[in-house]
Design a protein around this ligand. Structure first.
Ligand code: C2E
Ligand code: MG
Ligand code: MG
Length: 538
């Protein structure tokens, strides 16, 4: 503001000088011309000299004024260009030249309004590059920028000419294209073409960069006619495409949104539930297949949600892992389980599942040992179950954690064997005490020759490595017999009983004299075989 007013003042001054000079020029100029004529005929030389000087001064002043006027014109031109540039910068992304989010929302809303009048619809496509961060991390930011530019070029090359394209930030792009409501196939082809074009490698320096994209589409004639709504729903569809394996496109559908709401509700419910002690241990019997005796329990977490009822770990463990709640959840449940189980018969073991993300916590073994000390549960009765996926990320750290746990007498089992890489390298990388055959092979082994062959192969592998094998998912007597004939010694599954509450576990133990003396309140049975007495299926 200040510079504008001072420049206006100087413009006024210059204008004044030019005006005065012009008036002087006109008045002195007329006199000087007549004096010059007089001089030619030899009259009044002194007077003419003064008048000539005045004339020259006027000419100089006019030149000064003209110069200043020209400078001003240039300045105004520059200022207009700078303002134009600023306006452009506020509306476009400097790297790709695409609109930014604000401008995209403006232009998109205008497009929707125009198309509504014409009876057409607008498809809003939201694109997010898959694992783009890796390009930046491995090849540097210049490579990342080159990749983003290439993606923008490919978008432009594959969308209809009137499409509005934007870079919403980072590696997120969006396009708004008009289409005939009854011909969405056209947009289907565009979305397909975009996904296929973006996965093509981008030449960079001496090599190539590759990235794929997940794309979500929402349409103005069905999913909402405001940019806000369309952006949100295209985003939901885009995440669905990512979750389904990336490098593909999904159209928005109602159930996707329901799933998101459900997931958000589960997530916030879980946060409160952990603090409120709603996560509790259930216990599944592990049995000696030869004698039928109870050897111990696998602790399986359950969520007693006041809103959702009893929730299975398959529903909440992945969310707990993603949101970083797994540590607090797991420790809260283990604390209860160690307290529950410390008075049970000392021969009984307790198995707990440890998630892959927990094995990335360098303090895991210290935290676990602290919990054992606090609850008074003996480490030599504890077995932890880990899956192969835990070993992909940071094998070195997993080895250190496991070594420290084993030093304290804790045993380690490889869970769900047969479902991952089932690699010998993984089996040898850690000093496992046991392999657990995944339940999917065991439950299906009677009707599926392939499953039966896998169970047999894993049993032999365990034999040759000197590792005991547990079969999980034993649902029937037939399966139990078959496993026994393969030489398997330990098993668990619904045939012996479904996972039970601590109260049910205590009843079972009390009935079989496997609780500390003062706690044996339940009536005794004379049957020596604990698991048999507990198994409803037998
Ligand atoms: P898992 O460790 O493989 O546990 C065995 C699963 O098989 C349990 O499912 C159990 O209820 C189920 N099961 C047992 N017997 C049978 C049977 O005869 N037939 C069939 N079809 N299924 C049977 P659940 O309790 O739903 O647990 C699922 C998974 O969730 C577990 O698989 C484990 O990976 C995970 N999980 C459970 N609790 C925890 C926990 O506290 N922490 C972590 N990190 N993961 C847990
Ligand atoms: Mg397990
Ligand atoms: Mg398992």
């Amino acid at each position: 503001m200040r510079s504008q007013s001072s420049s206006a003042q100087s413009d006024l001054l210059t204008g004044g000088i030019v005006l005065a000079a012009t008036i002087l020029f006109v008045s002195t100029g007329g006199a000087t011309v007549s004096s010059a004529i007089k001089a030619l005929v030899g009259l009044g030389a002194g007077v003419e000299q003064v008048m000539t000087t005045a004339l020259l001064l006027n000419v100089a002043l006019i030149l000064f004024g003209y110069r200043r006027y020209r400078d001003l014109k240039v300045e105004v031109k520059h200022r207009t260009a700078a303002e134009e540039k600023a306006r452009e910068l506020a509306g476009t992304d400097s790297l790709t030249g695409f609109y930014n989010r604000r401008k995209f929302e403006e232009e998109g809303a205008a497009l929707i309004a125009r198309m509504q009048i014409k009876g057409k619809a607008v498809a809003l496509m939201m694109l997010d590059l898959d694992h783009f961060k890796t390009v930046n991390d491995i090849h540097g930011h210049a490579a990342g920028d080159a990749m983003l530019k290439a993606v923008a070029e490919r978008i432009t090359a594959n969308v209809p000419p009137e499409t509005i394209s934007a870079r919403l930030g980072g590696d997120e792009f969006a396009c708004a294209c008009a289409f005939e409501s009854d011909a969405p196939d056209e947009m289907e082809r565009v979305a397909d073409a975009l996904v296929n074009a973006i996965i093509e490698p981008v030449p960079h320096q001496n090599g190539e960069l590759s990235v794929s994209t997940s794309l979500g589409v929402a349409r103005s004639d069905r999913d909402g006619d405001t940019m806000d709504m369309l952006l949100r729903r295209a985003d939901i569809a885009m995440y669905a495409a990512k979750n389904a394996g990336r490098n593909q496109h999904f159209w928005f559908s109602g159930p996707m949104e329901d799933e998101l709401f459900r997931r958000n509700a589960v997530e916030s419910g879980m946060r409160q539930g952990i603090a409120a002690g709603e996560f509790i241990p259930y216990y599944e019997q592990q049995v000696d297949l030869n004698t039928g005796n109870l050897l111990g329990f696998e602790m399986l977490a359950r969520w007693e949600s006041p809103v959702l009822g009893l929730v299975s770990p398959d529903d909440f463990i992945p969310i707990a892992e993603e949101t970083g709640m797994i540590g607090s959840l797991s420790f809260a449940v283990m604390r209860r389980a160690f307290t529950d189980a410390r008075d049970w018969d000392p021969s009984l073991t307790l198995s707990v599942n440890i998630s892959p993300s927990q094995l990335r916590d360098p303090w895991l073994s210290q935290k676990l040992l602290k919990l054992l000390t606090e609850t008074g549960f003996p480490p030599n009765r504890l077995e932890i179950e880990i899956t192969e996926t835990s070993l992909y990320d940071n094998l070195g750290l997993a080895q250190t954690i496991i070594a420290s746990l084993k030093n304290q007498g804790i045993r380690v089992a490889l869970d769900d064997f047969g479902t991952g890489y089932s690699s010998l390298a993984h089996l040898r990388a850690l000093p496992f005490d046991r392999i657990k055959i995944d339940r999917s092979f065991v439950t299906s082994m009677m009707g599926n020759a392939e499953s039966a062959a896998i169970v047999q192969a894993i049993t032999r592998l365990g034999d040759s490595l000197g590792l005991p094998v547990t079969a999980e998912g034993i649902e029937s007597k037939d399966i139990e017999q078959r496993l026994l004939s393969l030489g398997l010694a330990k098993g668990q599954g619904w045939h012996f009983g479904k996972p039970m509450t601590v109260e049910a576990a205590r009843e079972l133990l009390a009935a079989n004299k496997m609780l500390a003396a003062e706690e044996e309140a339940a009536p005794l049975t004379d049957e020596p075989n604990v698991a048999k007495s507990a198994a409803p299926g037998r």
